[in-house]
Design a protein around this ligand. Structure first.
Ligand code: PEP
Length: 244
């Protein structure tokens, strides 16, 4: 269960979140839990989460380790700040910052080389779903952004299926719609990496997951967890999601 804070919260607000959140998930051992704050809050989040089961992640990284790349942050820098996860290819990065399947692949390789655990996002836009292209879009994103990874590297990533039309819109995919897309993705894993990798792959659903819809989504055997934006900003809401 991963929270994507997007561009929200200061270091002080980060600490306040963890003060409220950690007691609510102290007994939650059924899943991995991650919070991905903005870069500048990573040290505060790592400090606040120390000794808990909550891992910290970044929301992006650049694929070079260092250099003249003003404004960018590398995998080794994220790792050295104490984070262990990194979201890659979020639809907001694809939509507003020119992310492509090719750059998703570069970033994923760099994250793995640095020792981070990538959460790689895929998902179709509304017009693509309405045109019946969901499977084709997921296939292109998988083949272009993921499938070049070695089997060993693939085993270290988590996939997040995030239909773009459901992100931050309050429109959640029905559990059946999400499960269908997860089946498509799992079939791609099996085709590229084999049945064992297909069974082991962790595929999260993301898109307006809230305390009141998480149970229905998680009842689908295909759905292994959630990537949560808005509802991860409030400690009690994200704890309810974790403890679905
Ligand atoms: C996200 O940011 O990945 C996300 C799914 O956002 P929201 O839960 O707000 O739709």
């Amino acid at each position: 269960m991963a929270g994507n804070w997007k561009m929200y919260k200061t270091p002080a607000e980060t600490k306040a979140f963890f003060d409220a959140f950690l007691p609510l998930v102290a007994e939650s051992k059924h899943c991995d839990i991650a919070i991905c704050p903005p870069f500048v809050n990573i040290p505060a989040a790592v400090e606040a989460a120390r000794g808990s089961r909550v891992g910290i992640g970044a929301q992006n990284l650049y694929w070079k380790n260092e250099g003249a790349f003003t404004g960018e942050i590398s995998g080794p820098m994220i790792l050295s700040a104490g984070a262990e996860w990194v979201i890659i290819g979020h639809s907001e990065r694809r939509q507003f910052f020119g992310e492509t399947d090719a750059t998703v692949l570069e970033r994923t390789k760099a994250a793995l080389a640095a020792g981070l655990k990538p959460i790689v996002c895929v998902g179709e836009r509304l017009e693509e779903r309405e045109a019946g292209q969901t499977d084709a879009v997921l296939t292109a994103q998988f083949q272009g952004g993921i499938a070049a990874l070695s089997a060993g590297d693939f085993g270290r990533i988590v996939i997040a299926y995030e239909p773009v039309w459901a992100i931050g819109t309050g429109k959640v995919a029905t559990p059946e719609m999400a499960a269908d897309a997860h089946r498509t993705l799992r079939a791609l894993v099996i085709a590229n990496y084999g049945a064992e990798a297909g069974a082991a792959a962790r595929i999260l659903y993301g898109g307006s997951v809230k305390p009141d819809n998480v149970k229905g989504l998680m009842a689908q055997p295909e759905i292994d967890g959630a990537l949560v934006g808005g509802a991860s900003l409030k400690a009690s809401d994200f704890a309810s999601i974790v403890n679905f």
